[in-house]
Design a protein around this ligand. Structure first.
Ligand SMILES: [Zn+2]
Length: 289
């Protein structure tokens, strides 16, 4: 996950890793307390295993966020800090990224989690006599879940950032509006699955995702000039607003359709230009001369 600086409340600075400030949000202490409470009634060994798993799970999140942060740094962006909290982690990048850089930085996190998962799965199979293979396998499963969950196409999850960056790059503001709309419905559907599976942490993150996508959708409509500012909005009667908003969505859809058609036509033109024998002959002549 990646958000702008200061998006979660109070966190404590715990040091630096590879020159990047590392902070821990107070909510992570709740997870630590839960691990201790769950393991304590079953003796010292089970307590140790629970605390160890919570620690390794947190380190896996740090690995994921480091992949975002270091990719951003490689591309020349300042990485302000990595923040770990109860619902995962955040890499705060200091500057607005270009869409294609945003794509690379967003993908780096899930890719690193999936690679680590594959590595740990292999390790648990290849070395069955290894210390606590079940722990390595559980950690592999956790990293697989982190990687796949972050690919859900809803902001602020990594998949959502990819979707927003690509749609905005190709189709401008109408594209951004539809990316937020897709994000909103995907997060709502995923939240229903999380509720069915009783996955509380996933449910909270997906709730945050729904809110982010909803706000983004609304702001994009405002930027497109379809919604008046707040004091005016409450003055407009509800049925009129509903009718106008429906019209706004229809207008944005029409704009997007036109942009998609234009984009497809430009791709066809580019393809024709590449395969046109006349052009090919001219290019050959130019190369010969
Ligand atoms: Zn991420």
């Amino acid at each position: 996950m990646m958000l702008e600086p200061g998006s979660f409340g109070r966190s404590f600075r715990v040091g630096r890793i590879l020159g990047i400030r590392l902070s821990v949000h107070w909510s992570l202490l709740v997870i630590a307390a839960l691990a201790i409470l769950r393991g304590a009634p079953y003796g010292l060994w089970i307590l140790g295993a629970h605390v160890c798993m919570a620690l390794l799970g947190t380190l896996s999140i740090l690995w994921h966020e480091l992949a975002h942060a270091l990719t951003a740094r490689l591309l020349g962006y300042p990485t302000l800090q990595i923040e770990l909290h109860a619902f995962g982690g955040l890499a705060h990048i200091g500057r607005q990224m270009r869409p294609h850089h945003d794509l690379l930085v967003s993908i780096a996190g899930p890719a690193s989690s999936l690679c680590l998962s594959a590595l740990l799965m292999g390790l648990s199979r290849l070395a069955p006599g290894l210390w606590a293979p079940w722990m390595i396998f559980s950690l592999a499963e956790w990293n697989l879940a982190v990687g796949l969950f972050n690919l859900i196409p809803s902001p602020p999850l990594d998949g959502g950032r990819v979707l927003l960056a690509q749609f905005e790059r190709r189709f401008g503001l109408p594209g951004l509006f539809w990316a937020y709309t897709i994000g909103l419905w995907t997060a709502a559907a995923a939240a229903a699955v999380a509720l069915f599976l009783s996955q509380t942490i996933a449910l909270v993150v997906l709730g945050l995702s729904c809110q982010t996508a909803h706000d983004g959708r609304k702001q994009t409509l405002e930027r497109l000039g379809y919604m008046p500012a707040f004091p005016l909005r409450i003055a407009v009667p509800w049925p009129w607003r509903a009718w106008r908003d429906r019209r706004a969505v229809q207008d944005v859809t029409r704009q997007l359709d036109a942009l998609v058609a234009e984009h497809a036509a430009s791709l066809v033109r580019r393809g024709d230009a590449k395969t046109d024998p006349a052009d090919e002959a001219t290019a050959t002549k130019r190369r010969e001369s």
